[in-house]
Design a protein around this ligand. Structure first.
Ligand SMILES: Cc1cc2nc3c(=O)[nH]c(=O)nc-3n(C[C@H](O)[C@H](O)[C@H](O)COP(=O)(O)OP(=O)(O)OC[C@H]3O[C@@H](n4cnc5c(N)ncnc54)[C@H](O)[C@@H]3O)c2cc1C
Length: 519
C-alpha cells in the first residue's frame, strides 16, 4: 500500500492545478488519471489517419493569471494572438469584432458600434462586480468572515462610485434574459445573435429563457492576455497547453499516474483514508481531492452508507446533461468562405443570423430534438497548426450548441442527421466544402461523456445556472470545496466557480485545503 499526503483524482487541468499548489506547499501528492494521458478536455486525438483534433475545448478565454503563474506556463501558452470573432449571417457581409470583445468592430454602422460599446462596457463593469466573488471561496452563510465582508464592501463601493443609476441597473439586469437586454441596446441582428450565442454556449438555456444573461456575465468574468473578454489559441494548440499543465505539475514534484482509474474512495465513519483503483490497488492519504464530476464522486466512488440520503439526493438532482456537440472535419483543402477577409480565417467564426435564429435553434432541444438550422462556432485549427493535417489538407472543428444528450430518435441515426444539417449550414458560407470532406467525426454529448469521462458531456460538469452557482455549487453542503466527508474536497469544473479552462476550481480548492479547513 502506498501512502501520500494528498491524492488527486483526475488529471484534467483543474486536478493538475490543485496538485501543484499542494505539492508546492511541501505535500507529497499523486494525481490519478484514468486515460493514457493527463490533460482532460485539453487532450487532442487523431480522428482520421493523418488528421488530429484538439480536445472538446477550442478557445482560451478565462485562463486565470494566478493559475498560469503557479503552473509556470510559458508565455506563448498562457497568452497568444488575440483572436477576432467573425459573425457570419449569410444574408449580409460579416461583422468582425477585434480586440477584447469588440474593441474594434467592422461591418456595422458607426452608430451601432457605439451602441455595442455602451452595452459591452456596462456588461464588463457588471461582470467585474461578480468576478470578485468568483475568485474566492463562497462565504459560509452561517459564518460570514471579514474577508467576505471586504469583498461585499468592495463590490458595493464599486457600484456606488459609478452612481446610483448604475447600481440600480445592475440589480435590474442581473437576472434578465440576454434577448431583452440585446433588444434594449442593439439594432443589428448579427450582434444580437453573437451575444445570444455567447450567453448560452454550454448552458441549457435559450436567449429568451429567464436569467440567460448570466452566461454572458460568466464569459466576461474571464480574461485573456490580461484583457477582459479576450480570447486566444495557445501556440501549438490546446494540447500544448495540456502538456504544459502536466510539465508544471511534474516540475513542482507531483507524481502523475495515468491509466489509473479510481474505482472507490475509502471512507469510514465520515472520514476518508484513500482510494482503490479499478485494478484493485489501494493508495492511502488523509486528503482526497476529487477533480472529476461531483456526481461520479458521490454516486459512483463513495459508499452510499457514508453520506446522508439528503445529500445523496441533492447530488443526484444536479442538472448536468450537456448540449454541445463537437464536429471535426478532415478536408482535402482549406475551405473558402464567401465575402471573407483572409486573416479572419485563423480566428473564431460564429454562424448565426439573429437572436431569433439562436432561439429557434434552442427550442427543439427542450423536446430531445436536433436544431433544424444549427448555429455554431467554427475554427480552422490546421491553418495555424499545420501539423494537424497532411500538406495541403485542412481541419475544421465546430461546436454545435443545443444538441440534446438524450436525443429522441437515438444517436444511431442522430449523428448522421446532425452531420447533414451542419454541412448544409457550412455549405451556405463556404460553398463546395462538402465535396472536400475526406472524413467527419461527430461527437454528441454521450460520446464526449464516454471519451472524456465527463458525465453528461457537460461543459461545466453541471449546469451553470442561478440555482447551481456560488453557495449552491454543486450543492450547498459541498459548495466550499469541502464535503460532508472529512478529508474529501471537490476541485473540478463542477465546483465553484464553474467550467472553462480557468484552473480556478483547482486553485481555490487547494488554497482552501491549505488554509487548514478540513471540511
Ligand atoms: C464540447 C465542449 C467544448 C468546450 N469548449 C471549451 C472552450 O472552447 N473553451 C473553454 O474554456 N472551455 C471549453 N469547454 C469546457 C472545458 O473543457 C471544461 O470546463 C474543463 O475541461 C474542465 O476541466 P476539469 O479539469 O475540471 O475536468 P476535465 O477536463 O473533464 O478533466 C477531468 C479528468 O478526470 C479524468 N477522470 C474522470 N474520472 C476518473 C476516475 N474515476 N479516475 C481517474 N481519472 C478520472 C478524466 O479522464 C479527465 O482527464 C468545453 C467543454 C465541452 C464539453
Amino acid at each position: 500500500m502506498t501512502s501520500f499526503d494528498a491524492i488527486v483524482i483526475g488529471g484534467g487541468h483543474n486536478g493538475l492545478t490543485a496538485a501543484t499548489a499542494l505539492s508546492r506547499s511541501g505535500r507529497k501528492v499523486i494525481v490519478l488519471e484514468a486515460h493514457q494521458e493527463a490533460g482532460g478536455a485539453l487532450r487532442g486525438d487523431t480522428f482520421h489517419p493523418g488528421f488530429r483534433a484538439n480536445g472538446p475545448a477550442q478557445i482560451i478565454d478565462r485562463l486565470d493569471p494566478d493559475v498560469a503563474k503557479l503552473m509556470a506556463l510559458p508565455a506563448q501558452l498562457a497568452g497568444g494572438r488575440e483572436l477576432p470573432t467573425t459573425m457570419l449571417s449569410g444574408a449580409e457581409a460579416p461583422v468582425i469584432l477585434e480586440g477584447a470583445y469588440g474593441d474594434r468592430i467592422t461591418g456595422v454602422s458607426p452608430e451601432e458600434v457605439e451602441r455595442f460599446r455602451t452595452l459591452r462596457d456596462k456588461l464588463i463593469f457588471q461582470a467585474g462586480i461578480l468576478r470578485r466573488f468568483l475568485k474566492r471561496t463562497p462565504p459560509p452563510l452561517e459564518k460570514i468572515g471579514m474577508g467576505d465582508l471586504a469583498t461585499l464592501g468592495a463590490a458595493g463601493l464599486a457600484l456606488l462610485f459609478r452612481g446610483r443609476e448604475e447600481g440600480r441597473d445592475f440589480l435590474r439586469m442581473l437576472l434578465m434574459n440576454v434577448a431583452d437586454v440585446a433588444d434594449e441596446y442593439l439594432t443589428d441582428d448579427r450582434l444580437k445573435a453573437l451575444i445570444a450565442f455567447d450567453a448560452t454556449l454550454g448552458i441549457q438555456l435559450g436567449p429568451r429563457s429567464p436569467t440567460s444573461l448570466l452566461g454572458l456575465y460568466y464569459r466576461l468574468t474571464g480574461e485573456a492576455n490580461g484583457r477582459i473578454g479576450g480570447q486566444f489559441v495557445p501556440e501549438g494548440g490546446l494540447a500544448a497547453l495540456g502538456e504544459a499543465f502536466v510539465a508544471g505539475a511534474l516540475k513542482a514534484g507531483v507524481t502523475i499516474r495515468t491509466e489509473a482509474p479510481v474505482g472507490q474512495i475509502l471512507a469510514d465513519r465520515g472520514i476518508v483514508s484513500g482510494v482503490v483503483l479499478e485494478s484493485g490497488e489501494t493508495l492511502t492519504a488523509p486528503i482526497i481531492v476529487s477533480a472529476i464530476h461531483p456526481k461520479t464522486t458521490f454516486l459512483a466512488l463513495v459508499d452510499a452508507a457514508e453520506i446522508g440520503t439528503g445529500f445523496r439526493r441533492a447530488i443526484g438532482n444536479i442538472r448536468s446533461l450537456g448540449n454541445v456537440a463537437r464536429l471535426d472535419l478532415a478536408l482535402d483543402a482549406p475551405p473558402t468562405f464567401t465575402d471573407f477577409p483572409e486573416d479572419a480565417l485563423t480566428g473564431r467564426l460564429v454562424i448565426g443570423r439573429s437572436m431569433q435564429h439562436v432561439e429557434t435553434a434552442f427550442n427543439p432541444s427542450k423536446y430531445g430534438e436536433l436544431p433544424a438550422d444549427p448555429v455554431m462556432e467554427v475554427m480552422l485549427p490546421s491553418l495555424s497548426q499545420p501539423t494537424l493535417a497532411p500538406l495541403g489538407a485542412a481541419t475544421l472543428s465546430a461546436l454545435i450548441p443545443f444538441v440534446p444528450f438524450a436525443l429522441k430518435e437515438g444517436w444511431e441515426s442522430g449523428r448522421d442527421r446532425l452531420l447533414t444539417k451542419a454541412l448544409a449550414v457550412l455549405e451556405r458560407h463556404a460553398p463546395g466544402i462538402s465535396r472536400s470532406v475526406r472524413a467527419a467525426r461527430v461527437m454528441a454529448p454521450p460520446d464526449i461523456e464516454a471519451a472524456y469521462r465527463m458525465p453528461g458531456g457537460h461543459w461545466h460538469h453541471g449546469e451553470l445556472q442561478a440555482d447551481q452557482l456560488l453557495v449552491n455549487r454543486p450543492v450547498h453542503a459541498a459548495s466550499r470545496f469541502g464535503t460532508p466527508l472529512e478529508g474529501l474536497f471537490l476541485a473540478s469544473a463542477g465546483a465553484h466557480p464553474g467550467g472553462g479552462i480557468s484552473g480556478l476550481p483547482g486553485l481555490l480548492a487547494a488554497r482552501h485545503i491549505l488554509a487548514g479547513d478540513k471540511r
